[in-house]
Design a protein around this ligand. Sequence first.
Ligand code: KIV
Length: 275
Amino acid sequence: MKNTVVTFKEAKSKGEKLTMLTAYDYSTAKLIDESGINSILVGDSLGMVCLGYPDTLSVTMEDMIHHTKAVARGAKNALIVGDMPFMSYQTSVYDAVYNAGRFIKEANAHAVKLEGGAAVAEQVKAIVRASIPVMGHIGLTPQSVNAFGGFKVQGKSEEAARKLIEEALILEEAGAFSIVLECVPAKLAEIISKKVSIPTIGIGAGNGCDGQVLVYQDMLGMFADIKPKFVKQYANIGENMKEAFKKYISEVKEGAFPSKEHEFKIDEEVLEKLY
Ligand code: KIV
């Protein structure tokens, strides 16, 4: 069944959990979509898990458009959310609307996500006015890694917790259809989820959120550079891949691959003329 922003709204009102995973390419998006996910986030985590950067700051609009297009070709039923990269919306309301529009027009996304609360409220309002659904993102917002001084849990003091509650309410007021809560204490995420009428999607924010999102390479054991505490590893695909790669290398070296079944034939008549 096709997932839309209405699916998100209805899930919250029925108390049904929403599911989201990241994807960055056609074949992975197809597999995730066929598994019945509600939503696929083409996250700017692309920069770290696919492009090998130490953080998400170098990711460009062109990177995001390129990968979102591929995901949109693979996913038929998931709501596709394109993640607005660093400096594609912070600079002005005009840039925010223009770049959000590119995700919809050029890349076939259904919605965009951007990081921040009060600081980007005007951008959220303007994008929503342009009929583009916006997913907010507060807590640990990786594009602010330099301002935070690292990837750290957010909202632990009373002041910081109150600020996060406030930011969530501002995003709801601005028209966001959902909010990602990243690296927030579970009890605080539960309070926020109860205070807002739009669904919260947690990552490192406990079970009290209305849905969950994970980076797919993390949950499949394919990315070992950083191992956040909140990740549950559902498979060890990284090890399986390495075993397969090693087997291929040794079979090629031994001459065991390719075997007859992988060969193409040529007519004997043609062959004789070649000797
Ligand atoms: O870029 C990303 O993958 C994200 C998720 C961690 C929510 O923003």
